[in-house]
Write a protein that binds this ligand. Structure first.
Ligand SMILES: [Zn+2]
Length: 411
């Protein structure tokens, strides 16, 4: 390990980017992202937004057009006297983006065009979850089959997959403690990339859900924390600029394995004792539900959620205890992150208002006033689409990054 001595290094100061210094690919990338996000869609707006010279913007747009990334989108009606501005957009037919979300309930797949429109979505059955290689082959085969059936559909430029397990973001591998048996150390990113023949990015599912949610809401809703309450408990975080914060290796947001307030000696699937997931995960709730009556030894999640819907008192008590444990963990998280919004996602939230109401009560009662006075605690605005939208955001940003723009242009 290299020893780093702080005093020998000059302090790193933040500095604005100088427009005169950006490369052709960097300016084209900035233009493409602004157009893609709809923030600036005319030449005049792009000049104003980037601070680049008019000639640099023109050269960047020419480059984007030459590789097929740019399409005209009619004219913007001008409020003033000047000429109406030509409205630009990213050509939707430039390529396909595949977004995936893998968990024990199955694999959700969405294919998007470059205009951010979902062109198809489908779910692969849960049977293949036990075998990562089979899942990778299944996903690649289904996507290829869809593209074949839709003659003229452009190639997949990039795929982003979210998985409900800790992800080593440097290596693109799944690391323990695995929620999915058989996935320990699995090189998911590399295998999926080989099978699909395109670049792949793998992230934790809650991370992608946080990103999807944050980028679909106004900037004032970030920093944003997304908590996915499913078989396990996952969390993802975006900073004030709505950028994903994964930590150095990807372990940021592993709320599952924080110590729970309850101390009943309940094992966590990671091998620890009394972790948040020991009480607050849906798997833990289900275990308590089945243990609470001899009549139901092996009811499944759907049956537990059905009991919540009919306001079964045992089920409600189990859910509210789980929510209290999670709420207490969130009180600690608030002190570290001070988010503007906490989103709690998962089907158990739809089954009963109790979970959200209890989490809110704990957070607002026990949280530091400075950390809660502007805090919203709510359910997902995008529902089960949040992770797929997050995958789309990440894939588009990567596809329109300067390194890839340079590749398309042939620089
Ligand atoms: Zn644990």
């Amino acid at each position: 390990m290299t020893e780093i001595t702080a005093e020998t290094l000059p302090a790193r100061l933040s500095s604005p980017r100088l427009s005169a210094r950006v490369s052709a690919a960097e300016s084209a990338s900035a233009l493409a992202r602004l157009i893609a996000s709809g923030r600036a869609v005319t030449r005049a707006d792009l000049v104003r937004e980037t601070g680049l010279a008019r000639s640099t913007v023109a050269a960047g747009l020419d480059a984007l057009e030459s590789v097929g990334l740019l399409a005209e989108d009619g004219y913007l009606t001008s409020a003033g006297r000047g000429r109406p501005g030509e409205r630009l957009r990213i050509d939707p037919t430039f390529g396909v983006i595949a977004a995936l979300e893998v968990d024990r309930t199955g694999t959700r797949v969405a294919l998007y065009d470059f205009g951010q429109t979902a062109i198809t979505t489908f779910v692969l059955p849960e049977s293949v979850m036990s075998d990562p290689d089979a899942l990778v082959e299944d996903v690649a085969r289904e996507i290829r089959a869809w593209l074949r059936e839709h003659d003229g559909a452009p190639e997949v430029r990039m795929a982003v997959a979210g998985i409900s397990a800790p992800v080593d973001v440097r290596r693109g591998t799944i690391v323990g403690p695995p929620v999915l048996a058989g996935w320990e150390q699995y090189p998911f990113e590399r295998r999926l990339s080989e099978a699909m023949g395109c670049p792949v990015i793998v992230r934790n599912d809650a991370d992608l859900r946080a990103l999807g949610e944050a980028r679909s809401l106004p900037p004032s809703e970030s920093p944003l924390l997304y908590v996915r309450l499913s078989v396990g408990v996952g969390a993802g975080f975006t900073d004030a600029a709505s950028e994903l914060f994964t930590g150095v290796d990807g372990a940021a947001g592993e709320i599952s394995h924080m110590k729970a307030v309850l101390r009943e000696g309940v094992a966590c699937h990671c091998g620890g004792i009394d972790h948040v997931a020991s009480y607050a995960s849906v798997a833990a709730m289900l275990e308590r539900w089945n243990a609470s009556s001899p009549a139901r030894a092996s009811e499944d999640v759907e049956q537990f959620e059905a009991a919540l819907k009919r306001r079964d008192l045992d089920a409600l008590a189990i859910a509210s205890e789980a929510a209290r444990v999670l709420g207490s963990a969130l009180v600690d998280v608030l002190l570290m992150l001070n988010p503007a919004r906490i989103v709690i996602g998962g089907s158990v939230l739809e089954a009963s208002d109790t979970v959200l109401a209890t989490i809110r009560a704990v957070v607002y009662e026990s949280g530091l006033p400075l950390a809660t006075r502007n805090l919203t605690v709510t359910t997902s605005a995008l529902g089960e689409q949040a992770g797929l939208r997050g995958g789309l955001v990440l894939a588009l940003e990567e596809s329109l990054a300067s390194v890839n723009i340079a590749r398309y242009i042939g620089l």
